[in-house]
Design a protein around this ligand. Sequence first.
Ligand code: EPU
Length: 417
Amino acid sequence: MDRIIIQGGTRLSGDVKISGAKNAALPILASALLADGANTYQNVPCLKDIESMKQLMIHLGARVENNDDTYQIDATGLNNFEAPYDLVRKMRASILVLGPLVARLGRARVSLPGGCAIGARPINLHLEALGRMGADIDIRHGYVEASADRLTGGEIYLDIPTVTGTENIMMAAVLADGNTVIRNAAREPEIVALADVLKQMGANIVGEGTSVISIKGVSSLTPVLVSIIPDRIEAGTFLTAGFLTGDNLNITGCQPGHLSAVIDKLRQAGAVIEVHSDKMSIKRTEKIKSTDLTTMPYPGFPTDMQAQFMVLMSIADGMSIISETVFENRFIHVSELKRMGADIEISGNTAMVRGVDYLSGAPVMATDLRASASLILAGLVARGETVVNRVYHLDRGYDAIEKKFAALGAKIFREKV
Ligand code: EPU
């Protein structure tokens, strides 16, 4: 597996353009299953997870073509209702085909995603909601089997505002008979992006972006041409890199409005950030102030930025407390950061980070996407050489991260192993 080698300590400067959002693109590509005809999606990031979704769509009978960041998906020939183990184990987000398949074919058989490095990640809320919409749900031989002649709208209260759960329910409800109301719905920008696409396809949705989403089912949808929103987590990762080691870093093609909590926290930590409509600028300030942090569903501070923020705090002035409330096991970067000299103690879902003067380069490895991104940031600011092994995880969610950092002046390259 490839690895990334970084000589830390160079100052980053220049412009970096943010790619399309992985977590917006995945449900939007899955929504192609809801209509006959060719959909066109632009600004799709070049990622392993997108390739996995492409393979899944082809397996289900859709025609998929792509040229650079533009994808065409035509699900007219949709003829298979099964998402097999081999595809789902590569990417948990494969569960996003469950809602569309039941809505469109009246049937789905999807391998049950297992736990992963960051937690158990059950899908009980997706299944309970589909059950309330009239689907028969069974779990057999490691697969979820769901069937319904036609789903019916229902009142759904989510115990937790699950992101992919809300997306699955939305995609099931747009073709259901009658009205669906999702209470305690997720409010992430990716939910709004999916709703925008579904509405362009002819769906009737109100309330996206709030915790109550109402959907009136329609009998059919039509294909669309849409562009994927910029990736707020990629933008936040570069923003954090700019604070760690930037010499005037401009992050372009982003939507700063999606990053309010991150921008606010970085400012509390002493960052000077200039925000424009689709661009942000940041540079390193002399001292990073210790700042406590608690992850929360949107509009709170994203769990997907917690590991990157921890790198900042590991060289901040003083002690900070970082609490992870979204996933139960999202501190796998801690042991690797400690090997680079960080002083971090974990107690339950809380990490106590005592800032040290500097991090030292080391060989490291992580089994999760955002943890891997944090190790790249740590490598960029550390003294000496860092080798980030198992780059597979990074490739799942960051489009050409080492090329983007190299273009900003970082001494970073990929080694094929
Ligand atoms: N949960 C349940 N039951 C459910 C669903 C969720 O208990 O049926 C729990 C989860 O175990 C977790 C919490 O609810 O503790 C929130 O999970 P959620 O369902 O919101 O997460 P997700 O939809 O599986 C998406 C992103 C993640 C991101 C989370 C939280 C996609 C494809 N994935 O996951 O992205 O961390 O929301 O914002 O949208 C990443 O990009 O690195 C990533 C992990």
